[in-house]
Design a protein around this ligand. Sequence first.
Ligand SMILES: C[S@@+](CC[C@H](N)C(=O)[O-])C[C@H]1O[C@@H](n2cnc3c(N)ncnc32)[C@H](O)[C@@H]1O
Length: 236
Amino acid sequence: MIEWKEQRIARTYRPGEGQEAKHSILSETLLRLIREEPLRDRTVLDVGCGNGRLTFALAEEAGRIIGIDWSDQVIEQAAQRARAACFDHITFICCDAERIDYGELGPIDLVVAHLCMSDEMLRRAAAVLAPGGCIAFSTLHKDQWKESGRSSRFAYGEHDAEAALTAAGFDPIYLGVERETLSFAAAADALAYLEASDLVGKWTADSRWEGFRAYLERGGRSLTVRARVTVKGRRR
Ligand SMILES: C[S@@+](CC[C@H](N)C(=O)[O-])C[C@H]1O[C@@H](n2cnc3c(N)ncnc32)[C@H](O)[C@@H]1O
């Protein structure tokens, strides 16, 4: 039985901040968990690779890396970057990670993902990995922006993440949640933070804006700006 590790940062808003929220940071915990595995002669699959942030972070260490994403735009950007760096051990493929058979990509030793995971992806990862093969991912926790009254449909809570991992055929070897909460002296500061982080347009479109305004009107003065669930499991 693995215990969930909890890491919490609670801090006070500093006037002017928010810009940094536009770029989510690559999880250091995830990188550490991946680097504990032998990578040199192995093939790593990066699911939902985007423009290759995690893929390129592992480029010097892994024998071969395949990045998959369903956006042809980000796959083209990533492929261009790999060509420019002469990384011929990295391949980017445009496909739906919830529909393809990962076995079609060739033998895979390790599946990784950053800010992209679903029960279906977990099942497909389990199908391609041999017993002992490893999955490691960091994705949104349901508490991300919970004060807006809405969580992402791609987010996991502790219970769902562990249940999905186990049901797919993995034994958990690391389970962790990282949360960072900002507190605001005044509602105007919270609104200034959202303006600076360019979230207003997105939040207006998905009704989070309305939910957060209502929370501020009720006297709420905090925001969970970062909540991640990070998991590592080994194929049974
Ligand atoms: C938040 S981004 C993260 C990108 C990258 N892993 C990173 O950390 O920079 C999520 C990515 O998952 C991709 N994605 C979401 N659902 C997908 C699916 N079913 N198949 C393939 N890619 C998917 C999106 O296109 C997007 O590039």
